[in-house]
Write a protein that binds this ligand. Sequence first.
Ligand code: NDP
Ligand code: HSE
Length: 445
Amino acid sequence: MAQQPRSDRTIPLEPTTLRVALLGCGVVGTEVVRLLTTQAADLAARVGARLELVGIAVRDVEAERDPVVDRSLLTSDAEGLVEKADVVVEVVGGIEPARSLLLRAIEHGAAVVTANKALLAQDGPTLYAAADAAGVDLYFEAAVAGAIPIVRPVRESLVGDRVQRVLGIVNGTTNYVLDRMATEGLDLDAAVAEAQALGYAEADPTADVEGFDAAAKAAILASLAFHTRVSIDDVDRQGISSVTADDVAWAARTGHTIKLLAIAERSDEGVQVRVHPALVPLTHPLAGVRGAFNAVFVEAEAAGELMFYGRGAGGAPTASAVLGDVVSVARHRVLGGRGPVESAYAALPVLPASAARTRYQVRLEVTDQPGVLAQVAAVLAEHGVSIEAVRQPPGRALEPGVDDVAQLVISTHTATEAALRATVAAIEGLDVVRRVLSVLRVEGA
Ligand code: NDP
Ligand code: HSE
């Protein structure tokens, strides 16, 4: 027998109207209001009940708002608002008060829709457990890759298959920054400043640039794909702050482009989830993902390779995903039934970064003299790291007045992260190596 919601106070028996409470009216919230307002008749037809926006909780009720926002709905009493809604949409962001408000909404029998990747990646199981106990829906399509339907495909469409790997560009800001570095030769700071001016990056771009945003999304996708709890703390994270214009130029010279990738993969030993900049061959579809767009590759045993592409950020695209969830949970209110609950039965071991196996490209600045390459190659061999190719670009002087140095660009075959780290440390210790210019993984080859 279907589990009934714990509270029947907010559940109309034959609903002709469902009360929707909106928490947050910023970039995304404003566009949620616009869709709820302008598409009201269509939404009612699709749901089978009218969706009535009963309140909008914000921090500052006096602040200027888009004219689409009915100011009489604004309130600073978010706690009171969630108690009188059938559906609560949270687009506030951050951990608190978002978590407490969602838990309160669930406790009062409301279905909840959130775009909050940070909260889900840190404390998703608490929300799932509360929603399960109350018998209500918890939906979060907008939390990963904005408008792109990727949560539902992984959570529902592929649930009969065995997902092996998820590989994607899930942060629009960093993709824009790397794209501008590659196409315009900008340095990182200039490209980030451009992204801020265009509204892609936050005033404090740390969450994007340092990979926290992508890591949260990777954790959510990995949890769904592998039926295993993965939190943001399990994700090996490296942002793009160390990527230089020189790295980007070098990538192009070797037939690659640099992308910030989120990777979640299953092996016989468990699952490994990581976010880092990587060299992607120019022939790979992810290399063609330009500007602030996102794209996610999913590899499943029976389905094979699937690719999802679109706008991963921005008010209207994200609101589209939010409204899709609102319609789904509202339909359940009208017709009965519930969406999926947490699926963490597999409980696979979450492996450390050192277990990851990839190919690498290592760029070194070395003394230009006979025998240097042999010394470097010997270190790689000692650590069991196989060389795929070595390039020594022509033109020796890297700095004015320095003419006895050369660059070596070493591409490896697949090696573990642990072996590569030990190799690089040993290479750094060689007298003939002036500095390690960069170590980048190669993905998608
Ligand atoms: P904004 O900062 O633009 O908006 C946040 C809103 O929350 C504001 O309206 C703010 O009120 C309100 N708020 C903040 N604190 C409180 C509080 N204590 N009580 C009530 N309201 C509060 O954020 P975004 O719209 O950009 O993001 C919202 C969520 O959507 C986040 O979880 C984000 O990660 C996610 N998301 C965002 C995307 C994007 O492109 N922006 C894409 C995908 C997901 P006030 O207006 O008064 O300041
Ligand atoms: N800041 C994110 C991005 C959007 O640049 O992709 C919200 O997920």
